[in-house]
Design a protein around this ligand. Structure first.
Ligand code: DLZ
Length: 160
């Protein structure tokens, strides 16, 4: 289903783990910061709603979405961190840069998941324009940051 037909902030709260004993890393890309700050707020608040302690949520900023992968690796290699959430926003421009960044980040994040055997979540919006991104960062289609946080929690629930 396309995200235009789904509200990214709607998810079942049934059987969702309480994460009061879990530690999270959140990476935030500085590109398109109006969008990524909104993604961060969504992810942070969703973790708190599910019991996470503020001091157990570690935020680091990276220059752009391309750098999320290495940032995620540095976080995931820390034993104390249970899950990593990568937040970014790549907006289609006039060149093929968009395609290279999107595929590199998607593959890079997949690799980090498997290398460290812990959830590393792809909370990256890939849109044609800024409006589409804002619609998915707390706008009419919900907030991908909420979705990323709940995905991290659900994945942790699979192993608990
Ligand atoms: C260079 C670039 C461009 C054109 N667009 C975006 C974007 O829309 N979203 C984003 O997160 N980052 C963008 N970047 C920056 C790259 O992710 C990266 O930081 C630089 O290419 C340096 O490696």
């Amino acid at each position: 289903m396309a995200s235009s037909q789904k509200n990214l902030s709607d998810f079942t709260k049934k059987n969702v783990l309480n994460v009061s004993d879990k530690k999270f890393g959140i990476l935030v890309s500085e590109w398109n910061s109006e969008v990524t700050e909104a993604l961060f707020s969504g992810a942070f608040e969703t973790l708190l709603e599910h019991g996470a302690k503020r001091e157990h949520i570690i935020r680091k900023d990276v220059p752009g979405s391309f750098e999320l992968t290495l940032g995620a690796q540095w976080m995931a290699e820390q034993d104390a961190i249970d899950a990593v959430i990568c937040l970014g926003c790549v907006i289609q421009g006039e060149t093929r840069h968009f395609d290279f960044i999107c595929s590199a980040v998607a593959q890079g994040i997949t690799d980090v998941n498997l290398k460290y055997n812990k959830p590393v979540i792809f909370g990256v919006l890939t849109t044609d324009n800024q409006k589409q991104a804002l619609d998915r960062a707390g706008g009419k289609h919900g907030n991908k940051g909420d979705e990323a946080a709940i995905t991290a929690i659900k994945m942790l629930g699979l192993t608990s």
